[in-house]
Write a protein that binds this ligand. Structure first.
Ligand code: PTJ
Length: 251
């Protein structure tokens, strides 16, 4: 897929860039997605391109919240589809969630391309439903195109995973009473601050990590899962991430 040796010190970052570029070429990722990727990379560099302990705890709390949910939905945008299509399908299968394509810059062409891309990555075989095309409900307080969701998808969800989300939408979804899990490398972003469970980690590492925790927690009781969620402190997780960035300890 990309001609860079795995031993290259910036292998992961080059692979990520390549996937985002390919996403733009396939009509999946928006041009703004390239800018978002650049911003994310800068934060990842400062975090030492690793999953810090507080982000691992957040991923475990996210897994518990998804397993407890009645109607969990994983929201997918153009960056998520380019970076972790198969991993998102695997997470949805592990926690019995639907996937919904939900775009900041919504066009019919990109919606169709992303739904097709997720199908190519095994959605049907895994029994995972891909929503987003019906668009028969709205998120209150957002401009028309940005507010479109499926009534039986994000519209009815109790827990929503919103990776790499714009702050306005993350806040509007939180105001609708959804429990939000946000994956965002910027611990100061409004999306991360709106989340019940903010995961400050690269989505490439975070999504498979939530899946692993979900598999490990499969036999846990409701009480155990509820205790994991109750013990999680979102503000402490954000401060720990900010401290890790400020300490400049790149390992
Ligand atoms: O595909 P669309 O039309 O829905 O548009 C998607 C983007 C991402 C362009 C849109 O939602 C947007 O403009 O987002 P922002 O406001 O740039 O926010 C994206 C956030 O994700 C920023 O805080 C970045 O630091 C963060 N980010 C970028 N890449 C990654 C990341 N977080 C985790 N992992 C990454 N790989």
């Amino acid at each position: 897929e990309i001609d860079v040796p795995e031993s290259h010190p910036r292998y992961q970052s080059l692979l990520t860039r390549h996937r985002i570029e390919a996403g733009v070429e396939k009509g999946i990722t928006s041009k703004q997605g390239l800018i978002a990727e650049g911003r994310g990379e800068a934060f990842d560099y400062l975090l030492g391109e690793r999953t810090i302990e507080s982000a691992d705890e957040a991923a475990r709390a996210a897994a518990a919240l998804l397993l407890l949910a009645d109607r969990p939905v994983l929201s997918v945008n153009g960056n998520v589809a380019a970076l972790v299509p198969g991993e998102t399908v695997e997470l949805a299968a592990a926690v019995d969630a639907d996937v919904e394509v939900n775009l900041f810059n919504r066009t019919d062409e990109r919606m169709t391309a992303i739904v097709g891309h997720l199908r190519e990555h095994g959605a049907e075989e895994a029994g995972v439903e891909i929503k987003g095309l019906t668009a028969d409900a709205r998120i209150p307080g957002l401009e028309h195109e940005r507010s479109k969701v499926d009534a039986d998808g994000i519209g009815a969800a109790d827990v929503v995973l919103v990776p790499l989300e714009d702050g306005d939408r993350a806040e509007a979804l939180a105001e609708m009473g959804k429990s939000e899990i946000v994956i965002d490398l910027n611990p100061l972003s409004r999306s991360a601050r709106a989340a019940a469970v903010p995961i400050v980690d690269n989505i490439l590492r975070a999504v498979p990590n939530i899946t692993q925790h979900a598999e490990a927690l499969r036999g846990a009781s409701r009480e155990e899962l509820e205790a994991i969620v109750a013990d999680f402190d979102p503000e402490a997780a954000l401060s720990a991430a900010e401290d890790a960035i400020r300490s400049g300890d790149l390992e």
